[in-house]
Design a binder for this molecule. Structure first.
Ligand SMILES: C[S@@+](CC[C@H](N)C(=O)[O-])C[C@H]1O[C@@H](n2cnc3c(N)ncnc32)[C@H](O)[C@@H]1O
Length: 324
């Protein structure tokens, strides 16, 4: 499909009364949110990998997820891995009992794999799985035994949770849908929520999302537009995705006080070739970035809330006194 048809349709739906509900009804009919077990389980595992890579643990930890979405793979995997409590929040009520229960039932066939990836003995995972009644068919009946709390509507910018109450903060495919100023507030709140040494781990794809429906365009297609032009296509409303580039995501975490512990990015070769050959003309608003930075289409990162550096007076008072 030509991506512009979808972009114009979404831009129009975003601006008419009832357009949002109509869009989500259409998504349900089209099966956009259907169960994709392999893909979504792997995405949850990528967060597990990030935690381990940053020397973190899940067993016995307090976990907070930003942006539950439709399918609670991340909370389920964290609970099965032994998290003490998982709080998952979303500003939008996409999650339903039917989605949650279907997702939970599908995990039964994958318990050995979950055990291996989460480094937990299989019998413990099976025991945790059995804590949910096999007849469970409501959000409550599936979440309560797993100590998962779903807060919605709830904004990750202002959680009302106590400071230093969380060990791990996670998100999957969320940050690219959040404007920079909102991310700034979310990171500030995450920093407040985390205990010292706590981790904030995220995976996201800062690519032009219309490239998934139009093979003629590259993942960097949206870079050709000025801010004003992009505002119509995907810079507001239902299709919103920011066009932040890899260094900007790093800067946002660092400005909030985080130390970047793990950082991995994937470069889309097709986008890179198109930029280098001139087939894709990048708008001047991206002039500070290199072609390599512009062509990044996936990012995985884990950031630590490091212990604050001791004040100068503390360092001085701990030094031995020298006399002549
Ligand atoms: C693209 S969806 C991803 C959902 C899910 N994590 C997944 O991978 O399928 C992004 C989600 O982030 C949520 N979101 C956006 N801003 C948020 C905020 N400030 N606080 C909490 N959730 C937010 C949206 O409502 C949406 O459900």
């Amino acid at each position: 499909m030509n991506w512009k048809y979808k972009a114009h349709a979404l831009a129009a739906l975003s601006r008419v009364p009832g357009g949002r509900s109509l869009y989500h009804g259409l998504q349900r009919v089209a099966g956009t949110n259907r169960l994709q077990l392999d893909r979504d389980l792997e995405r949850a595992f990528e967060l597990v990998d990030l935690i381990f890579e940053a020397d973190g643990e899940i067993e016995g930890k307090q976990v907070f997820e930003i942006g539950t979405g439709w399918r609670p793979f991340v909370p389920f995997v964290m609970a099965l891995a032994g998290a003490k409590r998982v709080i998952t929040v979303d500003v939008n009520p996409w999650l339903t009992s039917a989605y949650a229960c279907e997702t939970w039932r599908a995990l039964e066939s994958r318990l050995p794999e979950i055990a291996a990836r989460c480094r937990v003995p299989e019998q413990e995972i099976v025991q945790r799985y059995r804590s949910v009644p096999s007849t469970a068919c409501t959000l409550e009946s599936v979440f309560v035994p797993l100590r998962i709390q779903y807060d919605c509507p709830a904004d990750a910018r202002d959680t009302q949770l106590p400071a230093r109450s969380m060990d791990i903060i996670l998100s999957s495919n969320v940050l690219e849908h959040i404007p920079a100023d909102v991310q700034r507030d979310i990171h500030k709140e995450s920093f407040r929520l985390l205990k010292t040494g706590g981790l904030s781990a995220h995976r996201f794809n800062p690519q032009d999302h219309y490239s998934t429906i139009d093979s003629k365009i590259t993942n960097g297609n949206f870079l050709q537009f000025s801010e004003k032009q992009w505002r119509w296509y995907g810079g507001t409303g239902l299709a919103y995705h920011n066009r932040l580039r890899s260094p900007e995501y790093r800067e946002l975490f660092q400005q909030a006080g985080f130390e970047i512990t793990v950082f991995r990015e994937r470069t889309d070769q097709r986008t890179l070739d198109a930029i280098r050959s001139g087939a894709l003309t990048v708008d001047e608003c991206f002039s500070r970035f290199t072609p390599e930075e512009l062509a990044v289409d996936y990012i995985w990162m884990a950031n630590r809330k490091a212990a604050p550096l001791p004040a100068r007076s503390e360092i001085e008072s701990s030094l031995p006194a020298f006399t002549n």
